[in-house]
Design a protein around this ligand. Sequence first.
Ligand code: SAM
Length: 279
Amino acid sequence: MPQSGKSQRIGAVKQITSHSNPIVKEIKGLVAQRKHRSQSGLFVAEGLKLATDALEAGWDVRYLALGPAGRDNPIAQKAAATAKARGALILEVSTAVMSAMTRKDNPQMVVGVYGQKLLSATEVDPKGSNLWVALDRIRDPGNLGTIIRTVDAVGGAGVMLVGDCTDPFAVEAVRATMGSLFHVPLARMTKDEFKALAEKWSGTVAATHLKGSVDYRTPDYKEPVLLVMGNEQKGMEDDMADACSTLIRIPQVGQADSLNLAVATGIALYEVRRKHLEL
Ligand code: SAM
């Protein structure tokens, strides 16, 4: 993989028409493989809205690729000017190259490559009315992106990825966040680090659990709140549940065994944040 360091590509514009260009190959690798994302610390976000969100929130932008439609769009031109001023390489590419990079027949007019940001457990600083969501080994990138988007919508402080979670920087996860990825801090940690955090958490640590005996609408959630969600197939590990101060359950009456993880997270979040949310 070619070097992606900003120092090598300061504020330049480059035309690319060949699928075999090394930068095109690099972006394809970032889209296709977690290994490439982890090694480079970079990820791809598609679309003008996400580019605008990333730039407004001050994320480190390395490349901004513009297809023909992007080069004619004033907002995309402004995004490109901002990215270039911050040292990004602006790529002017054909529609075919844009399709190849993102593996989509109808590619977006703009595709950006950004530096990843992940906090460690020691950087999580719960205070005041903060709300954090912890996710136990979740596997589905669409669920993760949807949860990040919902945490953003309720004014949450961040999301903890506990154990072996799906990659928040996978294209499917990034797409599902609809830009909230750029506004919601993410922290990655081991289960032991989570348990240590939960132990000294000053507010309520509420696990949503199918064996919970507490209706999720009844607790007096003491802030800061930590809401803990289990894996899509296996639910939550017992020792993680033991680390929580209460096990809450969302009532169900039909034949479904459980709710979809992202749906359950959304329902619980809106209850926990009820007093902070008004039209
Ligand atoms: N078979 C899994 C189990 O036994 O836990 C189902 C997991 S469910 C699809 C994924 C997660 O969503 C659960 O671990 C829990 O955090 C949350 N969840 C889903 N439905 C829930 C409900 N009715 N009450 C509380 N939490 C629920």
